[in-house]
Ligand binder design. Sequence first.
Ligand code: CP
Length: 310
Amino acid sequence: MKHLLGLEDLSKEEILQLLEKGNGFRQWLDCEYLSTRTALSDLKGRKICLLFYEPSTRTRHSFEIAGRLLGADVSSFTIAVSSVQKGESFKDTLLTLESMGFELFVIRHSSSGACLYASSHLKRAKVVNAGDGMHEHPTQTLLDLLTIFREKGKVEGMKIAIVGDILHSRVARSAIHAFSKLNWDIRLCAPPTLLPAKIEKFPVKLFYNLEDAIKGVDVIYMLRIQRERQKEQFFPSIEEYSRLFGLTHLHKSLAPHAMIMHPGPVNRGVEMEGAVVDCEDSFILEQVRNGVAIRMAVLHSLLGEEEWTC
Ligand code: CP
């Protein structure tokens, strides 16, 4: 891989290779690292820049931890105290930082396509998409797949209901690309106003009723209402949305063996009842744990096998 811009670009084999590597790093984290507390040196001296133009807790910090566990030098670029505030463009910011020796940029941006744009302007450095607008969030889906694999023992041919604000969700787009390559039965459930135009062209089944959507699935994947991306009113009220599409403990009997997942951050009481967030079938914190391992796998795959030469 030269870059990781989205899962649409990866083959099934490439996705499975990243999962295998991520699972290996998860085992290393749970055993060897836990007892020795000694980082690896595979990326010793390599320079990684975290360039986040949007807020993040999970993605930003897990990339930072992942890079350091591999021995890399990781710098976090803070937009609020950078020359972006003096009008410096995205392109000039990238080229400036690349000139300082950064070899890989982990980028989160509000514009769909920002990572592709970055990859086409950087001379040598690699790009990892940490979420670009409404386009893709590839490492989120990879960590979700690792979480499913570690619980169910397989990642092919299962049944998932993705519920919520699919229209604005880059997580849903990456999930649809990956799960369809793995022959999943993909159900999307949302009010019609929160489904993208031409969604019927994707290999998915549409549901407008939560109970019908989740019946008998292996995974219930809840999404946050992305109010920061909504430029108009998509439903009458949060209360009505929550009543029709919010997951509660009463739904559990419809899919008794389902893993309950959410990319985070969760708005408790909106898309999910607080008790469901904390219940034993909820894998939300396990997803976060696997985030470090999968991001180690991605950084290692992009930087681990190639030396940077001037
Ligand atoms: N899931 C996810 O991307 O979370 P953050 O916004 O906290 O990184």
